[in-house]
Write a protein that binds this ligand. Structure first.
Ligand code: PLP
Length: 463
């Protein structure tokens, strides 16, 4: 390092010197000495790195307090930042899945603000369990005898297996050994629950006789898993819940189903792909059925189990239930969401997930045409911008083959270099309210199916 470099390094003030500066007083009062000190150490290192790289002090070194303030303010940003989901995937797991209905948001806020009857029975002195009131509503909606609510559907599956079949065998078709993105795999969950997986049939065909042949004195459960994120087509055979229930009844073995998403209403009435309904499985005699709160149901993250009272009782009393239970915010939001299902006429207008899924292509096209001129004015020189038809996805374990026709704004770089596109996508991810699109076919696609705040989007992109 040159003598010049050494001089530059010596111009980085010590933390003590800086903290004594009156300019730091307001920061110390707001954030406290430990956090401000930590921030200054980071800034000092940034200054040293800059000297190493460019033999000069960065410009911000003229105003350390200002630089520290900016850094500290940056650190105060919400860890979970609202974004515009223009990916074209409605229930996007990485973006938090279902948006909640205003009714659910209000109910959740009220539960946070006030003491609530979480485990308190207003009619008597008794202490009810926390799922009670919502379990009653789930029974009304599904025809089940009772219900249990846990952290997510993965927890629901774990609890069902652990409470009913630890140390026993669970019979599952080879066609249903599902992996859901990330780390949920049926064989692994079985192991965690202390169950032995007893695979039957083949990938494409499983028959009732396969289940029957697998039964032994060690069999604890017959299980079906909805193949939510893949389809087995061609020469296939699967055993229906009805047939499996009949076998279970005959042998005295409970039959459980992991439905994944599930839907409390018939999706085909909205022109959407059919999704299995928990109430149908309950009517078919299934002993327990589990599904997610934040997939097609359109509520908060939760795992919902409905079914026979004596089995739900076992789940409620299992030690894992305490570890997997949900808090009052989730229960309040879930209850308000379920109440919307009791007023079906309101449903598609009030549930954002359903509203987005059922948005008419023409309405999305009109939105796109309306936004187009402003985008052309701002980005038209660098990009060819158009309104183009596209296909959105439901997401979150709904069949990837089921696509919803809609419209997107597409941006194609005029100079034909891919780097342009990457840097635009990156710049939009760094906006105060990031705009998340999808890169494909050499274009950036802004699928407008989930756009609710047109003005807000224009403000982010065009100001
Ligand atoms: C999504 C899914 C799960 C996991 O549900 P989470 O609510 O994400 O925990 C489990 N099984 C199936 C079949 C699913 O589709």
């Amino acid at each position: 390092m040159s003598a010049d470099g050494q001089t530059l390094f010596s111009q980085i003030p010590s933390v003590d010197t800086l903290l004594r500066d009156t300019a730091f007083q307001p920061l110390l009062e707001t954030y406290g000495a430990p956090l401000v000190t930590q921030c200054l150490r980071v800034l000092q290192q940034q200054a040293r790195d800059a000297i190493q790289q460019s033999q000069s002090l960065p410009a911000w070194c003229d105003a350390w307090a200002q630089a520290a303030e900016a850094q500290l303010a940056q650190g105060q940003r919400d860890a979970l930042r609202p974004v515009f989901n223009l990916t074209g995937t409605v229930l996007h797991t990485n973006l938090g899945r279902a948006l909640l209905a205003e009714e659910a948001i209000d109910a959740c806020a009220a539960a946070m603000r006030h003491a609530v009857t979480l485990e308190y029975d207003l009619d008597g002195a008794g202490r009810g369990h926390r799922d009670r009131a919502i379990a009653d509503r789930l029974c009304e909606l599904t025809g089940a005898e009772d219900a249990c609510i846990v952290n997510n559907n993965a927890a629901a599956v774990l609890l069902m297996l652990a409470a009913l079949a630890t140390g026993k065998e669970v019979v599952v078709s080879r066609g249903e050994l599902v992996e859901i993105g990330g780390s949920f795999r049926i064989p692994d969950v079985m192991r965690q629950a202390g169950c032995t997986l007893r695979e039957v049939g083949t990938t494409n065909r499983t028959h009732l006789k396969d289940y029957r042949a697998a039964l032994t004195e060690h069999t604890g459960l017959l299980m079906k898993v909805h193949t939510s994120n893949y389809a087995i087509q061609g020469f296939t055979a699967a055993v229906s819940e009805e047939e499996l229930v009949a076998l279970g009844r005959e042998q005295g073995i409970p039959v459980i189903t992991d439905l994944g998403s599930g839907s409390l209403v018939d999706m085909t009435q909205y022109g959407l792909p059919a999704e299995p309904m928990p109430q149908k499985l309950i009517a078919a005699g299934a002993d327990l059925v589990s599904f997610s709160g934040d997939k097609l149901l359109g509520g908060p993250q939760a795992g919902i189990i409905v079914g026979k009272r004596h089995l739900i009782e076992k789940l409620q009393q299992h030690p894992l239930k305490r570890a997997l239970r949900v808090g009052k915010m989730t229960l309040a939001a879930l209850d308000a969401t379920l109440r919307l299902y009791q007023q079906p006429a309101k449903l598609s207008a009030h549930l954002p997930a359903l509203r987005h899924l059922t948005r008419a292509p023409q309405a999305i096209q009109v939105t796109a045409e309306r936004l187009l001129p402003a985008l052309i004015a701002r980005y038209g020189e660098r990009f060819d911008i158009r309104v183009e038809p596209c296909l959105s996805q439901i997401g979150s374990g709904s069949l990837p083959v089921d696509r919803l026709p809609g419209y997107a704004l597409t941006l194609t770089p005029r100079n034909g270099r891919g780097g342009e596109l990457e840097s635009l996508a990156k710049a939009w991810r760094e906006l105060p309210e990031p705009v998340i699109g999808r890169l494909s076919d050499g274009r950036l696609w802004l699928d407008l199916r989930c756009l609710d705040d047109e003005e807000g989007l224009l403000k982010e992109l065009c100001q």
